[in-house]
Design a protein around this ligand. Structure first.
Ligand SMILES: [Zn+2]
Length: 318
């Protein structure tokens, strides 16, 4: 799944832009580039151009990449079940990709969390026939005006059809297309609304934005996220999966336990390095100058989500 192609590059550039938005708003507003149009319009523009790629995974489950977060699809007689809905600007290309899998309608949609790159398509997916399931905080966040400081953006309430109607607090179990599906809340992690979705027979799990495969992740402190919450979520993910489990991250290529372990260890080491510097009384700029993420920057920080940006996100939470 480590395909290098236009779509992947395009997706990477939008993720990178997300990092820029995070940094500028969290701790360095003066660094905003004049040409920067803002992260949310940037993400939408990228999704409007991106090709939607379909990767069959195992049994009747596939993943669609190219419009915001990774979209999982379970096909079958009971209609398609989607995990996350991407951006509305991708509707026509997502619909074409879904048609290539089967002619069944969409009947179910699950949101991994409330962020726009995972829920913007909710309204059209609902209008196509889907019932929407999510954590209760996803419903709460989508129902009201919500500010993400890291993106310098305030989202208006989502339209009525986009709001999840089946919500839960800790866990929820469903059965669809002869597949058992387990939904489980992480607690506060990347936001306060993150859940994992496990397809039990297929041994495939969508872990939402608790894992960005190949990039330093964005952490949304505005709506309950934190570096320690991200680490706890990664630890839980590692207790759930085996070497055979297929893991769908929120962003980046589909991966496995080895990749997830590497990501977890990276988070822990950088967190501890930053915490130690902060404990010594170092300011944010002194902490960034000490390069606490240096050992990981080549692999994880090579896009616009620069080491300094991620260091700032970690510093905010230790
Ligand atoms: Zn997110």
């Amino acid at each position: 799944m480590n395909n290098v192609n236009l779509s992947n590059l395009s997706r990477r550039s939008f993720i990178a832009a997300a990092g820029l938005g995070a940094a500028t708003a969290v701790f360095a507003p003066r660094l905003l580039f004049a040409q920067e149009i803002g992260i949310v319009p940037t993400m939408i523009n990228e999704a409007a151009r991106a090709k939607i790629e379909v990767f069959p995974l195992r049994r009747n489950i596939s993943v669609l990449e190219g419009s915001g977060g990774n979209i999982a699809v379970l096909t079958g007689k009971g209609g398609k079940l989607l995990i996350d809905s991407g951006f509305t600007v991708s509707r026509a290309r997502i619909a074409t990709a879904l048609d290539s899998l089967s002619s069944a309608p969409i009947t179910q949609l699950i949101n991994t969390h409330w962020h726009v790159d995972h829920t913007d398509g909710n309204a059209w997916v609902h209008s196509a026939g889907a019932t929407i399931t999510a954590h209760e905080n996803t419903k709460k966040r989508l129902s009201t005006s919500t500010r993400v400081e890291g993106w310098s953006y305030t989202f208006p309430p989502a339209p009525a059809g986009a709001i999840p109607t089946t919500v839960f607090d800790d866990e929820h179990h469903a059965h669809h297309n002869d597949t058992r599906i387990a939904l489980k809340y992480y607690g506060r992690a990347h936001t306060d609304s993150d859940i994992s979705v496990l397809f039990e027979e297929a041994d495939i799990i969508h872990v939402g934005d608790t894992w960005w495969n190949g990039f330093y992740p964005f952490i949304d402190y505005s709506t309950g996220g934190s570096i320690d919450g991200m680490i706890r979520a990664s630890e839980r993910n590692l207790t759930i999966v085996t070497d055979k489990t297929i893991i769908i991250p929120g962003h980046g290529p589909v991966g496995n336990k080895a990749g997830l372990t590497e990501y977890h260890d990276m988070l822990v080491t950088i967190r501890n390095n930053v915490a130690e510097l902060k404990k010594q009384g170092k300011s944010l700029s002194e902490t960034i100058a000490a390069k606490p993420s240096a050992a990981y920057d080549t692999k994880w920080g090579q896009f616009l989500m620069k080491p300094a940006i991620f260091t700032g996100l970690v510093y905010s939470g230790v």
